[in-house]
Design a protein around this ligand. Structure first.
Ligand SMILES: Nc1ncnc2c1ncn2[C@@H]1O[C@H](COP(=O)(O)OP(=O)(O)OP(=O)(O)O)[C@@H](O)[C@H]1O
Ligand SMILES: O=P(O)(O)OC[C@H]1O[C@H](OP(=O)(O)OP(=O)(O)O)[C@H](O)[C@@H]1O
Ligand SMILES: [Mg+2]
Length: 304
């Protein structure tokens, strides 16, 4: 799209997600739990929103920032690493930002790390001076090097980055790390993290002025409800008034409880939404502190 082209007015919202790969399934599951369902086209590249005017584009994750920049899609679910690489590339050319993180989604967690051969005695970033760094994230690496005031060469590879030092293509690497197994298998060791990443919902820098504004607000509201409930449980129990402060101390991850008086005496019934995992140990600790009739319930949906 040319920079002077008028913004298209649309009455349907279009979300780009990864067609397959690590983020494909969790992205679809998240949208499904927001009440969206789709009719897939024959080529499996476009999905028409059935219940709401919200459609899906199924693409390679690397293409999502560009699709957002061109206005081909309105929202995208993509790793922060991919979005940040685009932003660093645009910043290097003094281009304005075109996409921003609207929500963090809690899956696809990984780090963008510099890793050096096992045998290296790592003394700090200055050690990279004059070295060759293999990466699929050239803009992020250059931006970081510039920030550190280090002159090093960036060797661009689109995959299998970890093998570059063994092949003599580079001295060190900068790539995604999750379990660390790929680094270990290639006799490399992570020494510093450039970026903590996870899947994010990316959207436009400026708000929509057409029907998409309302659709986006609705989707975000539902998504917030879903994200808030991940790992959350409704905890119910009875106790005495005096025991409440000690019990709430054991529940730092709980929302302010709803309290009901049960009889003319001192017995209270409490219910509260807890974000952390409710293990047997936690229940036993609560019992010890005066809670009785403890009950842990799954929560299906909330709407603020
Ligand atoms: N080892 C990992 N553990 C967890 N998350 C990861 C890992 N590697 C990558 N990711 C995250 O998942 C995203 C997608 O990774 P994936 O490997 O599916 O991408 P891809 O091979 O580039 O796929 P595509 O075919 O869509 O281009 C990455 O951009 C990153 O945010
Ligand atoms: O720390 P780990 O758990 O080993 O994960 C890290 C690896 O995962 C990703 O590669 P992927 O498996 O997607 O292969 P690819 O880079 O060849 O696509 C990433 O590029 C690393 O190579
Ligand atoms: Mg990709």
């Amino acid at each position: 799209m040319s920079p002077t082209a008028p913004a298209a007015v649309r009455d349907r919202l279009r979300i780009a997600i990864q067609k397959s790969g690590r983020l494909g399934e969790p992205s679809r599951a998240l949208l499904a739990s927001c009440g969206l369902d789709f009719r897939e086209s024959r080529d499996r590249l476009f999905c028409y929103g059935e219940t709401l005017p919200i459609d899906l584009l199924l693409v390679r994750d690397d293409d999502i920032p560009g699709l957002l920049a061109d206005g081909v899609c309105d929202l995208g679910i993509v790793g922060r690493n991919v979005l940040a690489e685009q932003a660093a590339g645009r910043a290097a050319e003094a281009l304005p930002e075109v996409a921003r993180e609207l929500r963090t989604l809690g899956f696809g967690g990984c780090r963008l790390d510099i890793a050096v051969p096992d045998g290296w005695d790592w003394s700090g970033p200055a050690q990279l001076t004059g070295r060759r760094i293999a990466t699929s994230y050239p803009h992020l690496v250059r931006q970081w090097l510039e920030g550190q005031g280090i002159a090093a060469d960036v060797v661009l590879l689109s995959g299998s980055v970890e093998i570059a030092p063994r092949l003599g293509q580079a001295d060190v690497i900068c790539d995604l790390v999750s379990s660390g197994a790929t680094l270990a298998a290639n006799q490399l060791r992570p020494v510093l993290t450039l970026l903590q990443s996870e899947a994010v919902l990316a959207g436009p820098v400026r708000a929509f002025t057409d029907a998409r504004a309302e659709l986006m607000a609705l989707l975000l509201r539902r998504m917030d409800g879903v994200l808030r409930l991940r790992d959350s449980r409704l905890l119910m129990f009875q106790t005495t008034r005096e025991a409440v402060p000690a019990l709430m101390k054991l529940l730092p991850d709980a929302e302010p409880p709803t309290v009901m008086q049960l009889d003319g005496q001192d017995t209270l019934a409490l219910q509260t939404l807890c974000r952390g995992t409710m293990t047997w140990q936690r229940l036993e600790d609560l019992r010890q502190a005066g809670a009785r009739g403890l009950m842990v319930l799954p929560v299906e949906r909330t709407l603020a």
